[in-house]
Ligand binder design. Structure first.
Ligand code: GAR
Length: 219
């Protein structure tokens, strides 16, 4: 297969974007990032793009009369650059049909919770407030719902009694940075097969698409 062309959508800090850049630079992922699209002109992700000579584009949602038109524009920009896979990396908007239709099963998202628990905003805060003892993150394909698409990889981390939203988010983020490039690698190797809402990983019997971080407690 030709090298996978990725389009990244990000709204903020862009540490997941950075983990993908690093995986490519480190030879762990054979792909090229064709474009970073952001809905936020002050997103730090833009600085990361500049530093790595990645083209970026700010598309102002306010310039469109409907959300559908905004997402149609994004789809057109991605198509124009021959993007194969759309990667949402902290993109804080619900993707609408005009983009999903042109990239069906070719849009991934990372969410800081073990879906289907705690979808939407502040997954980590929701897990803490609910009293969950296990938290984590999920990479999934994007469908019309909010964080409802087929699950590709999940990673679990413990919640400790003295955790704050920040400490838990930091623990989860380390695993986000592992599983996102891994999910993209599997896609790039055409190893992900979707049956209904089940994602199967082809050709690697020992591969388990989950990572569990056991509680790290010194004896
Ligand atoms: C990440 O924790 C990501 O999982 C979360 O936003 C953060 C973005 O960080 N995404 C969502 O909550 C989407 N519902 P980053 O900009 O440093 O990658």
């Amino acid at each position: 297969m030709n090298i996978l062309k990725i389009g990244v959508l990000a709204s903020g800090r862009g540490s997941n974007f950075q983990s993908i850049i690093d995986a490519i630079d480190g030879g762990r992922l054979r792909a090229s990032i064709e474009i970073l699209i952001t809905d936020n002109p002050s997103a730090f992700a833009i600085e990361r793009a500049k530093k790595h000579n990645i083209k970026y584009l700010f598309i102002d949602p306010k310039a469109f009369s409907t959300k559908d038109e905004f997402f149609e524009k994004i789809g057109n920009e991605l198509k124009a650059r021959g993007v194969d896979l759309v990667v949402l990396a902290g993109f804080m908007r619900i993707v609408r049909k005009p983009l999903i239709d042109v990239y069906r099963n070719k849009i991934m998202n990372i969410h800081p919770a073990i879906l289907p628990s705690f979808p939407g905003l502040h997954g980590q805060r929701q897990a803490l407030q609910y009293g969950a003892k296990i938290a984590g993150c999920t990479v999934h394909f994007v469908d019309e719902g909010m964080d409802t698409g087929p699950i590709i990889i999940q990673a679990a981390v413990p919640v400790f009694p003295d955790d704050t939203e920040d400490s838990l988010s930091e623990r989860i983020l380390k695993f986000e940075h592992k599983i996102y490039p891994e999910a993209i690698r599997l896609f790039s190797e055409e190893r992900l097969e979707i049956e209904g809402r089940i994602v199967k990983v082809k050709g690697h019997p020992e591969f388990s698409s989950s990572i569990v971080n056991p509680p790290i407690e010194e004896p």
